[in-house]
Design a protein around this ligand. Structure first.
Ligand code: THU
Length: 129
């Protein structure tokens, strides 16, 4: 878990956040054991900004990872950094059930995705092809 947190903190240093100046880092561990990290990537057309959590998850999925142990997210926040709603739904899509929220002061809070996103929209309810 310390490795995952350190990867999130290191990714935060790579944030491209010239507009908000709010740097975020995230890391996920795939079933293969490999760790994928990501930072937020902003855009002058603000709505195109992508959160650190989704960058990390999409990197992992696009490299073929299918299962996940946990995700860590880190930012310079008063309380441990909490993922946005969109990222929570993306975590639900890929079964990321454990989230370690961290800040740069060294505080950590480990929660389940069910705590972060109760009554999540469930892909199992969609019709079969
Ligand atoms: N941000 C993330 O990367 N993750 C979150 O969970 C919340 C917000 C980014 C998006 C934007 O670049 C900046 O933080 C300010 O909202």
């Amino acid at each position: 878990m310390e490795e995952l947190i350190n990867a999130a903190l290191a990714a935060r240093e790579k944030a491209y956040a010239p507009y908000s100046r709010f740097a975020v880092g995230a890391a996920v561990q795939g079933a293969s054991g490999r760790i994928y990290s990501g930072s937020n990537v902003e855009n002058a057309s603000y709505g195109l900004t992508m959160c650190a959590e989704r960058v990390a998850i999409f990197k992992a999925v696009s490299e073929g990872e299918k299962g996940f142990a946990a995700l860590a997210v880190a930012a310079d926040t008063t309380a441990p950094a909490s993922p946005c709603g969109a990222c929570r739904q993306v975590m639900a899509e890929f079964g990321i059930n454990m989230v370690v929220m961290c800040n740069t002061k060294g505080e950590r809070l480990t929660v389940t995705l069910a705590e972060l996103l109760p009554y999540a929209f469930d892909k199992a309810d969609l019709p079969e092809e």
